[in-house]
Design a binder for this molecule. Structure first.
Ligand code: PLP
Length: 602
């Protein structure tokens, strides 16, 4: 449907406002005077790339949308910002300790991503968190800095524990975090048999409340962590086995995407007191690991909504540092090195999915020519249409009444058709007339008053469906699985008024395969403002902030394989260089993944 008459006074700043770019995109994304999205990969430290020029340049190298563009400089900038925030907090609160983070590999296991984080994090001895044996192997092979931490979470069988012990022998800093009570005996046994032990941590099952999508990560029903009794038993068991000297770390994780800072503060206080108690029980300790959860402002609203956070990165660091200091200093306990396992906050921004639109459809246009002796439902619809056209006000109750009538007469036409009183062409006329009524009503809806759900639904029924060249299940699985919102917007034509409203349907043959929820200043909307497609011209849309979790959670539904991915780095002189090209799956590869033999199929 047409939003309004195409607004000739439209400007790029109105596009920025419409899509919330200055709220969620700052400091990495903006719009230039050509109406193109611009990427500032180093944030406010200078340098920018026109995303449309980049997409065109990549097309010349046979890399076409859908394309995952990974900006390595953004990854580095996120790392830099995280450390700068903790440095500022440490000096602000005169904290007599330091911050030493790790990247949870599960967040994005791609080799180039993990390698890049480890390499650029060396100056802070930035480490890795592994949640499985395979991730532990990645961590062991990549960490060269012997000061960097290697936090070992996840299910630990004997092999896992032995690998961690070996890592310590090789001079690494593996800390095996006990998350389930039965792990303690396996650790003690392996240590006794090998005559060496890993460093040990305990994951606390906190009682503090939590909110948000992953709020069930705390409390007595949480999947991981030890309650207070189990912690005391663990300390006693370690002491008995002569391993209490290896207990160095307390860990907690209250869920990803913490949206409310108050929740974090409660958890920090509880964990801070447990930390103090563990030192009093004789454990040397030294590290407090606040887990992941540092959130991302996907909708740019700075609120505690599920797609946002009511705090900044600096607020987060300040609260961690100040609260732990408050717990330790008054009781004469040396403050710990603070560890966080921030995944989403590091990896979300750096990856942009650009996809093209293959076509669009919507309800048919046009009013059927009147005919002699039209059946009653058709005549009634035609009369309703005339009545709507004669309305000289945007009185909502009159519009609502007219829409109710149109629906009634359309249903009458269906009933009459079913009973054999209407011919096919007459039924088609009724359908077409009801669409025309809907369009006329929609054009009269006031923009400054709240609209009843029935009439809002009418806008949805008239909206365009844009066919997106992607699989939602492959490239944006969280939009389908957990209703995650990502900023989605065209990356060009932003100097033009986006005069249509639409949703995206993907290429899978699944009715769930769509993007139909969009950010809207702290709430969400089901239709996005888009531009009309032009013959022979591409229409490119970007999905932003999807660098965390989407790639590995993506699945092979309908056998859509991974898209091509490129790693881009800002080059001197304002240009860019392509560091890596990771080709997407071929049809043969996805067929093989399902045990088919592509050659014999051919
Ligand atoms: N640490 C643990 C134990 C986790 O389970 C997770 C993910 O939920 C993370 C860290 C990373 O969390 P986030 O990506 O929210 O920072």
């Amino acid at each position: 449907m047409v939003l309004a008459e195409v607004d000739r006074s439209w400007s790029v700043s109105r596009s920025a406002d419409l899509y919330g770019l200055e709220q969620w995109g700052e400091p990495y994304f903006s719009i230039n005077s050509r109406g193109h999205v611009v990427v500032q990969p180093r944030g406010d430290r200078g340098g920018s790339l026109d995303l449309v020029d980049l997409v065109e340049g990549l097309a010349a190298r046979d890399l076409h949308p859908p394309l995952l563009i990974r900006f390595e400089d953004i990854l580095e900038d996120r790392l830099e910002r995280l450390h700068a925030a903790f440095d500022r907090a440490i000096s602000l609160y005169d904290y007599d300790g330091r911050y030493q983070g790790v990247f949870p590999i599960k967040c994005n296991q791609q080799r180039h991503v993990v390698e890049h984080l480890v390499e650029s994090g060396q100056r802070w001895s930035f480490g890795l968190e592994a949640g499985s044996k395979a991730e532990l192997l990645i961590a062991l092979s990549l960490i060269k800095d012997q000061q960097a931490l290697l936090i070992c979470n996840g299910y630990k069988d004997r092999r896992y524990i032995e690998t961690a012990i070996l890592a310590r022998r090789l001079g690494h800093q593996p800390i095996v975090v006990i998350e389930q009570a039965d792990e303690i005996q396996r650790i003690i046994q392996a240590s006794q048999e090998l005559g060496a032990s890993p460093y040990i941590g305990i994951r606390a099952k906190l009682s503090s409340r939590s909110t948000g999508r992953w709020g069930s990560s705390v409390g007595s029903r949480a999947k991981f962590g030890l309650d207070l009794n189990e912690m005391l038993q663990t300390v006693r068991a370690l002491e008995k086995a002569g391993l209490l000297g290896d207990l160095r770390l307390l860990h907690f994780h209250i869920g990803s995407q913490i949206n409310d800072i108050a929740v974090l503060k409660d958890a920090l206080q509880e964990a801070g007191q447990i930390y103090v108690e563990l030192t009093r029980l004789g454990a040397p300790m030294g590290f407090l690991d606040v887990g992941g959860g540092l959130g991302i402002d996907y909708d740019g609203s700075r609120t505690a909504s599920a797609a946002s956070t009511n705090y900044s990165l600096q607020n987060y660091a300040n609260d961690v540092v100040a609260t732990i200091r408050e717990c330790c200093v008054p009781l004469g306990v040396q403050v710990p090195t603070l560890v966080s396992e921030s995944g989403r906050a590091l990896a979300s921004h750096f990856s942009v999915l650009v996809f093209n639109v293959l076509g669009s459809i919507r309800a048919p246009d046009g009013e059927p020519q009147p005919e002699d002796d039209e059946p009653l439902p058709v005549a009634n619809l035609r009369e309703t249409l005339q009545r709507i056209r004669q309305l000289d006000s945007t009185e909502l109750s009159l519009l609502q009444e007219a829409w109710n009538d149109a629906i009634k007469f359309r249903d009458d036409a269906l009933t009459a058709f079913r009973l054999g009183y209407l011919r096919l062409n007459q039924r088609a006329m009724a359908e077409q007339l009801s669409w025309t009524c809907a369009k006329e009503i929609s054009a009269r809806l006031p923009t400054d008053k709240p609209i009843h759900d029935d009439l809002r639904g009418l806008q949805g029924a008239l909206a365009w469906t844009y066919y997106a060249n992607l699989s939602v299940f492959r490239s944006a699985p969280d939009t389908w699985a957990i209703n995650q919102l990502f900023p989605v917007m065209p990356i060009h034509r932003l100097q033009e008024c986006p005069s249509e409203l639409g949703q995206f349907a993907d290429l899978t043959c699944d009715s769930d395969g769509k993007l139909a929820r969009f950010i809207d200043r702290g709430t969400e909307k089901s239709l996005l403002e888009l531009h009309p497609l032009r013959d022979g011209e591409p229409y490119w849309v970007g999905m932003f902030l999807g660098g965390a979790y989407q790639e590995v959670m993506g699945n092979l539904h309908n056998l859509f394989g991974t898209t091509d991915a490129v790693h881009i780095r800002l080059a001197p002189g304002g240009d860019y260089q392509v560091d890596h090209v990771v080709r997407g799956d071929t049809n043969a590869e996805v067929l093989r993944a399902m045990e088919h033999n592509p050659e014999s199929l051919l």
